[in-house]
Design a protein around this ligand. Structure first.
Ligand code: PLP
Length: 389
């Protein structure tokens, strides 16, 4: 299911945007945006076709299709140990929109929100878009146990939100229960909300265990907005589908208002909700196989990258991206990215502030959600280019 033969490169070259196959020159391998090269599980396509053949694409409920909310609640209860009810959850047209509406609902101009550094750009983007300030908390790649007490020093009267990205894109760190307990305690002590972005939570490598911060205890759960999505684990990025969950009814109401779903200005596409429901109900076997493949690709990627002169790569605990320290090359991340693009014909994401924050300089990020053939080719090109410098 996850070999080279299963990838349709002709389709990817027409459809895969966001720095991927459709946007790079012929011959370039894009290990850029974290979007798998593989087609989604067949059951998702079948259920979407069945729905489409009925030829009714009516308005759905603003709070989502009942079957979507029930499946999501089951997922949070059974897989995450969160006593979530369907009426704590509504679909959004992406995890990115979930982050944005959380910022819109709970931050005002002048407020501050703590983000990790490095972390995906979406947090800073959403915080700044609503006029608030993003305050970085450094979690350098390779940090084993985070001392969240240090985070307390960043809190002042303007602080309203802590953005937790677990597992952490781009470093692949999976936070332990103990770390989450200490983060939760701080949030409660200072009356702060936690935004927990868990879009990567199904991509966890053995032997690491995933804990949702909202599962730690009721008090923490009451202060947490949990966000997830279907772009990473099920390869549905173009369907723009995710979910937000808040067990605190006041928080839920504010989020729904901020979403503009009730006015139909925004809303989660019903076809995407059908696809996501099928993913949860019928495609767990597919995710398990995908994860086995990813674990092998992670090992291949990390092993090979550590043989490149000047590169150092720690194995990610979660997420299908490798975050590589390139400081040994004596070049900055932009220079290495350009070199790999021009000479190796491999596209990667440079560790620039605009992508991951200031703490990302000295690193590049590579996605390994592709076949062994594509990955081995890309890694061999990278190695021969850099080792012949
Ligand atoms: C941490 C994190 N959150 C959110 C997203 C965006 O997800 P979506 O496609 O659902 O907007 C990404 C995508 O890379 C991500 O890494």
């Amino acid at each position: 299911m996850f070999d080279n033969g299963s990838i349709n490169f002709d389709i990817l070259k027409r459809r895969a945007y966001n720095l991927r196959w459709a946007t790079v020159p012929e011959g370039v391998i894009p290990l850029t945006a974290a979007d798998p090269d593989f087609p989604c599980a067949p059951e998702i396509a079948e259920d979407v076709c069945r729905f489409a053949k009925e030829r009714y694409f009516c308005y759905g409920p603003p709070e989502g299709l009942p079957e979507f909310r029930e499946s999501m609640a089951g997922y949070f209860q059974n897989k995450r140990g969160i006593p979530a009810a369907p009426d704590h959850i509504f679909p959004v047209d992406s995890a990115a929109f979930g982050i944005y509406i959380t910022c819109k609902a709970f931050l005002s101009p002048g407020d501050e929100a703590i983000i990790f550094d490095p972390v995906d750009f979406l947090f800073r983007y959403s915080i700044e878009t609503v006029g608030a300030k993003a305050v970085p908390f450094a979690i350098p790649p390779g940090t084993d146990i985070v001392d969240f007490e240090l985070l307390e020093k960043l809190i002042n009267n303007n602080t309203k939100l802590i953005c937790l990205c677990n597992p952490l894109n781009p470093t692949g760190k999976v936070f332990t229960r103990q770390e989450l307990e200490s983060l939760g305690k701080i949030a409660i002590k200072y009356n702060l909300l936690i935004l927990s972005d868990e879009i990567w939570s199904d991509i966890i490598f053995s032997p690491y265990q995933y804990t949702s911060v909202a599962s730690v205890n009721e008090e923490i759960r009451d202060s947490t907005i949990t966000i997830t999505g279907f772009s990473k684990a099920y390869g549905l990025a173009g369907l723009r589908i995710g979910a937000v969950m808040a067990s605190n009814p006041g928080h839920y109401k504010k989020l729904l208002e901020a979403s503009l779903h009730n006015s139909t200005v925004h809303g989660a596409n019903v076809v995407s909700q059908v696809a996501a429901t099928t993913a949860l109900n019928k495609c767990v076997y597919w995710l398990e196989d995908f994860l086995k493949h990813l674990q092998a690709m992670r090992d291949l990627c990390v092993g090979e990258l550590n043989t490149v002169n000047g590169f150092k790569c720690i194995a990610p605990e979660g997420c299908y991206v490798a975050f590589v320290n390139i400081t040994g090359t004596k070049k900055n991340s932009k220079e290495v990215q350009q070199l790999l693009m021009d000479k190796a014909k491999v596209a990667v994401v440079p560790g620039l502030k605009e992508w991951f924050g200031e703490g990302a300089e000295g690193f590049i990020r590579l996605s390994f959600a592709t076949s062994e053939d594509v990955l081995a080719d890309a890694l061999s090109r990278i190695k021969s280019t850099v080792n012949s410098l």
